[in-house]
Write a new protein. Structure first.
Length: 351
């Protein structure tokens, strides 16, 4: 049973309006123009998984990554939708709940967004975005890999969101990655770590993903688990500070009306090399085979787990994470929507 805290109270019922809030306050938004994030009627899914501890301690993770050359050698992960176009199922049902960034940012469509950018361009790292987005490095079966991830505002200040496939084996065993570290504001493949390197201590992944997400040797996905390809990480504290104390936190929303989307991540396969952040943006997205968002974006592997932001203000560098990058290919990226199950995991991670 989860402990009660004020962050969890869905305090207000409003249409898409301006929020002038900081800290962790949930707001329950009623439907507005543009509709809620796309999802089919919910299916019967087992309860989300409980908080689990990584096998490697923070010190072991730091020791593992103590050789700076290892960061550049980490490989991205690439998964694509099935060639037959068969639907993988409905996405995570919408709740309307959202939590603001640590920089006050309206929870409404921004007049200061990016419009449509289908070909990835370098991200400008403005404002809050300079520190909250970063790269996630980890080890699986002796090999090193890299994804993208984001610090999101939470009561504890220790929460990072990414894709489930970045921290969990795809064989149904429930085996997690090891030596998981996050570098906010990473540049030059780990050569620049302006906000330090932070070890993940715990993780929360939907049981549906563990049980039902599979991929073949070519990276083609199957199973309804891909509808919930998201994970929350609990990060270590350092010198009495949480990661959010150092970086700030982006907002996060769990099924709210969305029109414009800004995707941010670190693509690492050609023509990219993982050395810098890139972004795509769209005002014309569709629904993916996994019930999530899909739009034109040519980012490659390494961008998995990166934030899909709504209500993004490019001057503030702040918005609300509504999905994380999941699958892609052929200049299309697909985001796994954060909804009801994601909200439960987020609440537990930030307790």
């Amino acid at each position: 049973m989860l402990r009660s805290r004020s962050c969890r109270a869905l305090a207000l019922v409003i249409s898409a309006a301006v929020l002038g809030l900081t800290g962790c306050t949930a707001v329950d938004a009623v439907p507005a123009a543009g509709g809620y994030a796309p999802y089919a009627p919910p299916v019967q899914i087992e309860s989300v998984s409980l908080r689990q501890t990584f096998d490697s301690t923070p010190q072991e993770s730091h020791d593992y990554w103590s050789n700076p050359d290892m960061f550049a050698d980490a490989s991205g992960l690439e998964f694509t939708d099935p060639d037959n176009g068969v639907s993988l199922g409905p996405g995570d049902p919408a709740t309307g709940a959202y939590f603001p960034p640590t920089v006050p940012t309206p929870a409404a469509e921004s007049a200061n967004g990016f419009g449509d950018i289908p070909e990835a361009v370098p991200y400008d790292r403005a404002g809050l975005g300079a520190a909250t987005y970063g790269r996630l490095y980890f080890e699986v079966a002796g090999s090193t890999y890299v994804c993208s991830a984001t610090v999101v505002n939470s009561t504890s200040g220790n929460v990072v969101v990414t894709a489930a496939h970045c921290v969990m084996a795809l064989d149904g065993s429930g085996t997690p990655a090891t030596n998981v570290v996050f570098v906010p504001g990473d540049a030059g493949n780990g050569a620049s770590q302006p906000y330090g390197i932070w070890a993940a201590t715990e993780f929360l992944v939907p049981q549906n993903f563990i049980d039902n997400a599979r991929a073949d040797e070519k990276g083609r996905v199957s199973g309804t688990g891909w509808t919930t390809d998201f994970a929350f990480l609990v990060m270590e504290e350092k010198n009495g500070q949480s990661i959010q104390d150092v970086t700030g936190g982006q907002g996060i929303a769990f099924g709210v009306p969305v029109q414009a989307i800004t995707q941010i991540g670190y693509p690492s396969a050609p023509p990219f090399d993982g050395s810098d952040e890139y972004m795509c943006a769209s005002t014309n997205w569709s629904q993916s085979s996994a019930g999530g968002y899909s739009h034109l974006c040519d980012m490659t592997q390494g961008s998995s787990g990166g934030a899909w932001n709504a209500y993004y203000d490019k001057g503030l560098g702040a918005g609300y994470v509504v999905a994380v990058n999941s699958t892609g290919g052929n200049d299309v990226s697909n985001g796994s929507i954060l909804g009801r199950q994601a909200l439960e995991l987020y609440r537990e991670a930030g307790a």
